[in-house]
Structures are given as C-alpha cells and as structure tokens.
Design a protein around this ligand. Structure first.
Ligand SMILES: [Zn+2]
Length: 140
C-alpha cells in the first residue's frame, strides 16, 4: 500500500488497511480518538448520556478537582472566566438585539496594550490569544 499523509502530524506513513487515516503514534491516536468521541457524542444520545453519568460519578468521587485545577492553573482559570463572561454577554445580546450589531463599535482614543482573546461571535472557531506590545501607527 502506498504511503499516505497523516492529518495529525503531516508525515507520510503506510496504512495497515484502507480505513486507517491516522498514523500509529500515540499523539495521532489521541487525536483520532478525540475526533471519534466528538462525532459519537454528537450522533449517539445514549453514549452522550452514559458519558455524562460517568463524568458525574467521577466528579462525585473527586469533589475538589476543579477547585484544585483553578488554583494550580490561574491563567487558565482567568481565561475561562473571561470567555464565560463573553459567552454570557453574547447570550444576552442575541436575546435582545440579534447577531448583527454593526453600529455599536466605538473607536478608542487611548492606546490599547496587553493580552487579549479574540473570540469569534458567529463562526464556530477557537478563540485566539493575541499580544499587543505597542500601538500601531496612527495618522493624526
Ligand atoms: Zn501522525
């Protein structure tokens, strides 16, 4: 069988059969399983319910997990709070104004520096973290 590119690591490998898409490295198998599970959760309500029950059971026996996670990963906790605030605002704005809000943008006179999360509001994409070191050149 001819080598094919692996979508997980972009290297060529020889598949064992026609159905094998990912190579056998642990990282790519992890990606393959995550994709399978996402597809299964979207299409199989029984599987989704069983996974939810298993997670609830696990959380019941590990009640301090999220508290410890937030304490050990303060940057991720802060990021999640910011993203949740945005999700709450989006939920609120969709209820009141709809999805198009073109005239609400105001320009800022002060320079904006720091780290920000760019969160797509309509398209389903992952948020992107950006860092603005200095203000871009402005014409007076
Ligand atoms: Zn691979």
């Amino acid at each position: 069988m001819d080598p094919v590119p692996c979508p997980g690591c972009d290297t060529f490998f020889v598949p064992r059969n026609k159905l094998q898409i990912f190579c056998s490295t642990p990282g790519c198998q992890k990606i393959r399983k995550a994709l399978w599970q996402k597809q299964k959760l979207d299409t199989d309500p029984d599987y989704k319910k069983d996974q939810h029950l298993a997670q609830q059971k696990w959380l019941y026996s590990n009640p301090d997990y999220w508290k410890n996670y937030r304490r050990n990963n303060p940057e991720k906790a802060q990021r999640n709070r910011a993203l949740q605030r945005i999700r709450n605002q989006k939920k609120q704005s969709v209820k009141t104004i709809g999805i198009a809000k073109m005239d609400a943008r105001k320009s800022f006179n002060q320079s904006i520096l720091g780290q920000f999360w760019l969160v797509p509001t309509i398209a389903k994409m992952d948020p992107v973290k950006i860092f603005i070191a200095k203000a871009a050149g402005r014409s007076p």
